[in-house]
Design a protein around this ligand. Structure first.
Ligand SMILES: Cc1cc2nc3c(=O)[nH]c(=O)nc-3n(C[C@H](O)[C@H](O)[C@H](O)COP(=O)(O)OP(=O)(O)OC[C@H]3O[C@@H](n4cnc5c(N)ncnc54)[C@H](O)[C@@H]3O)c2cc1C
Length: 494
């Protein structure tokens, strides 16, 4: 089938009888449900966009030559890496980065795993069929242009004991086997995009302790498989005039708590089935390029969102005639986040490298790694800056209905216009957009998303330190220690 259109994507959603609960109701048809329709339409437009911008967003499938989304591409050169950046940016600019889980997010991960399929077979070849299943799945994913959700984190029940894993009956684990399937039971957080996905992928995340084989599972299954249940959070979607709710009416991608109630996973869908040796594979496959490929997508998305936020803040200041040093400084701060993020993406391409496997190129990770913790801290500050610039003006925003009221309109123009000839409608549109970004249910969810969707900033800092290449830092310390001992004076040792 190759790259799908929006209409094909929507038809696929309607054809699947998934168990999705939203606001206490089991959803019968996703594209027509009032709490889901807005985002379904937006995602359909994202699918259409790959055809509109085919030169950026599509590449030929390496085997069939059919057009596939660029996020499926396994890059073979630096030029490929740059093209992928351009294509991903084209996709994410449509939602100004407000939808984090457009399907390119998961496509990038599966392409990264498929490029390193040998890691999935295990160092001593214990999992050859799992690796084969993974490669076959990535092939199907790119050719059928599926939409994926994923869930990789165990729920919090008791933080004192959760991480021990072994004996934990809440988190996903293997409970049995049949001739054709592995039976799994348990829960996972938090499947963003679940109502809009064709399949759900479970793959390795936080390392498991030795002996936790029953928890070392990875697979992809259709969302209508018996026993799979999605419990969506309260909807942030508002079926309103887009003037009033420009974001909430279109961009609620949803997040679902996932229950797998004795689900039978067909063996040919298992990438890791808990056999002996699975923990070693589980604990290693996430460390061989996944983070950098994933962070390419997330950093590009973040850049679009930061650029939008900078534009929004600047336009609010203009509309209020606000030229105060405080506001200019905050806008300069926003701009610095934009440019550092842009530089990280550029560095990742410039430092891209041949990984030494099948001619595959991965982006350089040095500049992307810190973005995983920095962005989680910057985005709350972005919201704070926009709030400080907007202040009460975020709430003095007449609605579409009020602006259309013939008696009220002259008063609104008289009392609620902006600086430099900005009329009441233009001003209301801008500050409504800002409030939907900051203060709506969707704005609150998006703030939580930025803090946690890649785990907390704290966890990312710890991981980056523990995995860091410290050679240069050590060299400089040794240099001055040597000086103190009266030895060499050159950090290179010459
Ligand atoms: C909107 C949203 C969407 C999401 N979508 C998905 C999804 O699609 N798929 C998926 O699998 N998951 C998803 N997640 C879940 C996400 O992966 C988890 O929320 C994330 O792993 C964080 O886990 P946690 O909540 O237990 O936080 P933790 O990382 O445990 O952090 C909780 C608190 O502990 C602190 N902390 C943690 N470690 C340290 C440390 N070492 N030192 C100091 N402080 C520390 C943090 O600062 C934080 O305040 C989503 C989450 C959100 C909020």
């Amino acid at each position: 089938m190759a790259a799908r259109t929006g209409a094909q994507f929507l038809a696929g959603l309607s054809a699947t009888d998934r168990e999705v609960w939203v606001d206490g109701e089991r959803v019968a048809d996703v594209p027509s449900h009032p709490k889901l329709a807005g985002a379904a339409r937006t995602l359909a437009a994202v699918f259409d966009r790959q055809h509109t911008y085919a030169e950026d967003c599509l590449v030929p499938d390496p085997e069939t030559g059919e057009p596939i989304n660029i996020s499926h591409q396994i890059c073979k050169s630096r030029d490929d890496l740059q093209r992928r950046v351009d294509g991903l940016s084209r996709i994410s600019e449509y939602t100004v980065g407000l939808m984090g889980r457009t399907p390119d997010y998961m496509n990038m991960k599966l392409a990264s795993f498929a490029a390193r399929w040998r890691d999935w077979a295990g160092a001593d070849g214990t999992n050859p069929d799992g690796a084969e299943n993974l490669v076959a799945f990535q092939k199907r994913l790119r050719r059928e242009d599926l939409s994926l959700t994923h869930t990789i984190i165990q729920p919090n029940n008791d933080k004192r004991t959760d991480s021990a894993i072994i004996g934990n009956t809440v988190t996903l684990h293997k409970v049995g086997e049949t001739a054709d399937a592995v039976v799994v039971r348990g829960a996972r957080i938090l499947a963003t995009l679940a109502p809009f996905a064709d399949e759900i992928v479970v793959y390795p995340a936080i390392p498991l302790p030795r002996g936790a084989e029953d928890y070392a599972l990875s697979f992809s299954i259709p969302v209508d498989i018996p026993g799979l249940k999605f419990l969506c959070r309260d909807s942030a979607s508002i079926d309103a005039d887009p003037f009033d709710r420009p974001l909430s009416s279109r961009f609620d991608e949803q997040d679902a708590f996932v229950i797998l109630d004795d689900v039978e996973i067909p063996r040919d869908r298992m990438f890791l089935d808990g056999r002996p040796g699975s923990v070693a594979i589980y604990n290693s496959v996430g460390r061989t390029g996944l983070l950098d490929n994933m962070s390419t997508q997330t950093t590009i998305r973040a850049l679009n969102k930061l650029e939008f936020a900078y534009g929004l803040g600047s336009r609010m200041a203009d509309t209020l005639g606000d030229r105060s040093p405080a506001t200019n400084e905050m806008l300069g701060e926003l701009l610095s986040y934009v440019e550092v993020t842009r530089s990280a993406i550029r560095c990742s391409v410039a430092e891209g490298y041949d990984i030494g496997v099948d001619g595959t190129w991965f982006p350089g990770g040095r500049a992307l790694t810190p973005m995983r913790s920095l962005l989680a801290v910057w985005f709350p500050r972005v919201n704070e800056i926009l709030t400080l610039i907007g202040s009460h003006n975020l709430l003095t925003t007449p609605s579409r209905a009020l602006l259309d009221d013939e008696a009220m309109r002259p008063l609104l123009e008289e009392f609620l216009h902006g600086a430099d000839g900005v009329d009441a409608e233009e001003r209301a549109a801008l500050f409504r957009l800002a409030w939907d970004f900051l203060g709506s249910n969707l704005g609150g969810r998006n703030a939580l998303y930025e803090r946690f969707y890649l785990t907390s900033a704290a966890r990312n800092r710890v991981t980056s330190h523990l995995l860091a290449d410290r050679r240069r830092a050590d060299e400089l310390v040794d240099h001055l220690l040597a000086v103190g001992r009266g030895a060499g004076t050159d950090p290179t040792g010459r």
